[in-house]
Design a protein around this ligand. Sequence first.
Ligand code: FES
Length: 65
Amino acid sequence: MCRLICLCKGVREDAISEVIDSAAHPNLQVVQEKTGAATNCGRCINAIESLIEKSRSESIIEDHK
Ligand code: FES
């Protein structure tokens, strides 16, 4: 089962990961624009930023393979 990240907008982790994976330079603003997440109370911003951070560090690892 997929984690619900943004309770206000009902946005799940897989939807956010998809945006992060398809964006050339993923950041909070891109996720907000594409999914609507983090556009209300902002409680989910930390969770979204850690997903972005995670994908960045994974791509750095990929680059060094
Ligand atoms: S939980 Fe995402 S904006 Fe409120």
